[in-house]
Design a protein around this ligand. Structure first.
Ligand code: NAI
Length: 242
């Protein structure tokens, strides 16, 4: 279904990003896996994609928060794959804390990775999409960005900002056949939430369980194929934010 397409996934070496990489590879896409530090994990994901799905998969170390690093990485992907058609902005971090005590660095770091990183990657990939005369961008937001969450002013601000980027890019680039959508996951079982321990909000999830990375990957697969959908924010949250 995605044979001949090239997908870039940031933070693709673990958690939700890894599930999305496998899903897009299973649909036939070649994949560029961007990782922040764990080269062995990223390589293992690429090896699995090549062996299981027969696609081309390469890993790239890149700090998406850094404008020129992101540019160099997109240039390298263009050289290796010849272009790109899909971008999934999944890389993200949390630095939770109450606003009265939140260090400035914790605010800046979360905005830099989650919000500026999303801008950086779209900024540098747009030329490739225009050349290909098509593009599909999926930004991973969060229900925190829709509802707010005590202890997450930095994270919620970054994820609400991602919604603003999504809708603006969708309007700006629709005429170029480039779609841009967001997914707002609820509480998904990954290293990110694992570090926060048992989730106190579990009782508030109508579907009664935390989500799995595959739940988000399924939503990404839908958005990649949904040719008449742009500017949408798709909640995948067990009903928590309705
Ligand atoms: P994770 O912590 O398991 O994975 C995040 C990935 O992003 C890691 O591979 C990390 O190395 C990478 N990354 C972080 N900073 C980076 C940078 N500056 N440059 C390049 N890569 C970087 O987290 P998880 O849970 O898989 O989350 C993925 C996305 O989903 C994040 O954007 C997160 O905010 C979002 N999300 C997660 C939820 C959850 O409950 N796990 C809920 C809502 C949204």
């Amino acid at each position: 279904m995605l044979k001949g397409k090239v997908a870039i996934v940031t933070g693709g070496s673990r958690g939700i990003g890894k599930a999305i990489v496998y899903k897009l590879a299973s649909m036939g896409a070649d994949v560029a896996v961007i990782y922040a530090g764990n080269a062995a994990a990223a390589e293992a994901v690429c090896k699995e994609c090549a062996e299981t799905y027969g696609v081309t998969a390469r890993s790239y170390c890149c700090n998406v928060a850094d404008f020129s690093d992101a540019k160099q990485t997109v240039t390298a992907i263009k050289k290796d794959f010849g272009g790109a058609h899909i971008l999934v902005n999944n890389a993200g971090i949390t630095r939770d804390g109450l606003i009265a005590m939140m260090p400035e660095d914790d605010f800046d770091a979360v905005i830099a990775t989650n919000l500026k990183g999303t801008f950086n990657m779209i900024r540098h990939c747009t030329g490739l999409f225009m050349r290909a005369k098509e593009g599909c961008i999926i930004n991973i937001s969060s229900v925190s960005g829709l509802m707010g969450n005590a202890g997450q002013v930095n994270y919620a601000a970054s994820k609400a900002g991602v919604v603003g980027i999504t809708k603006s890019v969708a309007k700006e680039l629709a005429a170029k056949n480039i779609r841009c959508n967001a997914i707002a996951p609820g509480f998904i079982q990954t290293d990110m939430t694992g570090a926060q321990g048992e989730n106190p909000l579990l009782d508030m999830i109508p579907l009664g369980r935390m989500g799995r990375p595959d739940d988000i990957a399924d939503a990404a697969a839908y958005l990649v194929t949904a040719n008449y959908v742009t500017g949408e924010v798709l909640r995948v949250d067990g009903g928590i934010a309705m």
